[in-house]
Design a protein around this ligand. Structure first.
Ligand SMILES: Cc1cc2nc3c(=O)[nH]c(=O)nc-3n(C[C@H](O)[C@H](O)[C@H](O)COP(=O)(O)OP(=O)(O)OC[C@H]3O[C@@H](n4cnc5c(N)ncnc54)[C@H](O)[C@@H]3O)c2cc1C
Length: 413
């Protein structure tokens, strides 16, 4: 062990600067309270402080920062969605991500890999063509490629898929990337803190006070806070928070599972997704294969993972990459995904004044962290929904204006 590391470990003075402060108590009053110290909550706090000078903010989390889905996801970033609203929104996030390490002064290990969505049938190839056309029209780099080209970029793939479901083509999206998810939360936390935002871990919101349809305060297990602005950024816990203000949403909560293998020498340079096989896989900078599937097919408020999931996933992985039959799975886990009927988020103002929502992130919300930060900060600072998130307002479910993204978000995340 290097001597400097040992000295640091034994030092009681923390000679290295802490990433963020830990204020001993909550104040009685803040200009805004953000519930949830995941990437989204911390991102909004950062942009509120940086762009609007609003620093009198408490970000409260019932656990620790990044301990929710931010620290559980498989870190895929892309913008090759299906709808115009979705493509524009995620493209802005990819743009922000590409310079985020610099902006937050922390190495996020942002790594462009290229993203394949495999098609095993003519019907899915048709959807890929549709997506490619929408993407191209909106300036997003994505196009359909044939099996020979897939094999050139990803030589180890078995195009015949063991003879079960041969690959007939793919949507290829060169800017598809992976990025260290925990570093994103820590980077936003650090920079929000530097600007005066308070982060309170181990602080659970148990009530929200509303008078004359206006938010006036938040009850936590560490005391009461007066405030006129509250953002709920709690992903899989959204129904519990919206219940506190009597708001109904169509969100259901379903587990999404993932796993990593033992580290291997680098061999997979792209992100490979197959909706037909319910599988996606990439290789991390540490060499682990990071893998997942589609949602568990039932509603459950739990973060447990199952043997069933690993069995199904291994079966499908071996159809694409049979040579992996002897590798070991090191860890598996799951997160609670806040699913919407149209696979698009629910963002912005609500019928309750001062209560804002950033939710419906299901299996696809990590990639949206920076754009949620900028657009929700704008919305909270001005009380006007940002142009990019207008289509995602809760009111769309009353107005029959859903934004159907299932064709691009079901397994691809
Ligand atoms: C296995 C898995 C794989 C995924 N893969 C991808 C992917 O590859 N790409 C992608 O874009 N997305 C992916 N996602 C989705 C993505 O992880 C989430 O959409 C995103 O991380 C949500 O971030 P968040 O900050 O909104 O919520 P979270 O990170 O979940 O943070 C919410 C926080 O709220 C806190 N909280 C809850 N209730 C309370 C309360 N009452 N009081 C105080 N605090 C509270 C929680 O403790 C938590 O820390 C995946 C999700 C999972 C589970």
């Amino acid at each position: 062990m290097p001597l400097k590391l040992l000295q640091f470990g034994l030092s009681r003075k923390y000679s290295e600067p802490r990433m963020f402060r830990t204020p001993p108590r909550l104040k009685d009053k803040y200009e805004a309270v953000i519930i949830g110290a995941g990437g989204h909550g911390l991102g909004v706090a950062y942009y509120l402080a940086r762009d609007y000078g609003l620093t009198d903010i408490a970000v409260v989390d019932k656990g620790y920062i990044g301990g929710g889905n931010t620290g559980r996801n498989t870190a895929i970033v892309r913008s090759n969605y299906l709808t115009e609203e979705g493509v524009k929104f995620y493209a802005e996030s990819v743009r922000l991500f590409s310079d985020l390490s610099h902006d937050l002064d922390i190495n996020l290990f942002y790594s462009e890999r290229g993203h394949f969505t495999l098609a095993h049938t003519d019907a899915s190839l048709r959807t890929m063509r549709w997506r490619a056309e929408v993407n191209k029209h909106l300036g997003v780099n994505s196009y359909v490629i044939l099996p020979e080209e897939i094999k050139k970029i990803c030589p180890y793939i078995d195009i015949s898929c063991g003879g079960h479901l041969p690959i007939v083509g793919a949507l290829y999206h060169p800017p598809g990337a992976i990025v260290r998810h925990d570093a994103v939360a820590w980077g936003y936390g650090k920079q929000a803190d530097r600007r005066g935002v308070e982060i309170h871990q181990n602080t659970c919101v148990t009530g929200i006070d509303v008078k004359d349809n206006q938010v006036v305060g938040v009850q936590t297990d560490r005391g009461y806070i007066k405030t006129n602005r509250v953002l709920s950024a709690v992903a899989g816990y959204t129904p519990r928070i919206t219940k506190l203000v009597g708001l109904r949403t169509p969100i259901t909560v379903q587990p999404l599972q993932a796993c990593v293998t033992e580290p291997l020498k680098p061999w997979l340079n792209s992100i490979v997704v197959s909706a037909s096989l319910h599988l996606y896989v990439s290789q991390s900078s540490r060499g682990e294969l990071v893998m997942g599937a589609s949602l568990d097919p039932y509603e459950l408020h739990s973060e447990r993972s199952t043997l069933d999931f690993i069995e199904g996933l291994a079966d499908h992985l071996l159809q694409l990459f049979p040579f992996l039959s002897n590798i070991k799975v090191n860890r598996q886990w799951s997160g609670m995904s806040d699913m919407t009927p149209d696979f698009s988020p629910i963002m912005g103002t609500t019928p309750i004044r001062g209560f804002y929502i950033d939710s419906g992130w299901g299996t696809w919300g990590f990639k949206a962290t920076p754009v949620c930060g900028t657009t929700m900060a704008y919305t909270m600072a001005t009380n006007e929904n940002h142009e990019l998130i207008k289509p995602f307002n809760l009111s769309r479910f009353e107005n029959f204006a859903q934004v159907g993204e299932k064709g691009a978000a079901s397994v691809g995340h």
